[in-house]
Ligand binder design. Structure first.
Ligand code: CMP
Length: 139
């Protein structure tokens, strides 16, 4: 298992509030290198596919409707202990409960509109970046 890589996605609320560059800066300042990056739109059905693991949960429709409401920025990021470091940097799912200084605390508004997604395991990180990137798009 390669613990240097993870997957991150900046969500539509950050595009709406024009905070994408601030979030990127926080990620770079934390020592991550960007190894793949793209801005794209998810259709509702693509968002349902990406978040398949949450099918059947109370928030599934809210989440996938929101994630297909505007652009997202998908990224492959590199740093030692990538998954753990990025999860720490973004903070808890609910911005109100996230630690001061974390990305979700600074830029998120609620559990749905929480500015960023980060993979929660190395296995999921690879599955998630493969959803957005071909091998040639990651260097
Ligand atoms: P994310 O890291 O993108 O992974 C799954 C997402 O589901 C999570 O961030 C939240 O945006 C969303 N989510 C998780 N729990 C809830 C909830 N209770 N209500 C609404 N959205 C949720």
């Amino acid at each position: 298992m390669n613990t240097r890589f993870t997957f991150c996605m900046i969500k539509p609320d950050a595009f709406k509030s024009d905070t994408v560059s601030d979030i990127l800066l926080d990620i770079l300042k934390a020592g991550f290198k960007i190894r793949g990056i793209k801005i794209t739109m998810l259709t509702k059905s693509k968002a349902e596919q990406f978040y398949d693991i949450h099918q059947g949960k109370e928030f599934f429709d809210r989440l996938t409707t929101f994630m297909s409401s505007g652009p997202v920025m998908a990224m492959v990021l590199e740093r030692p202990d990538a998954v753990e470091s990025l999860r720490k940097l973004i903070g808890k799912t609910d911005p109100a409960q996230a630690d001061e200084g974390t990305i979700r605390k600074k830029f998120g508004s609620d559990t749905t509109h929480n500015a960023v997604h980060a993979a929660d395991s190395y296995e999921n990180a690879e599955r998630e970046w493969s959803f957005f990137f071909s091998k040639r798009e990651i260097y």
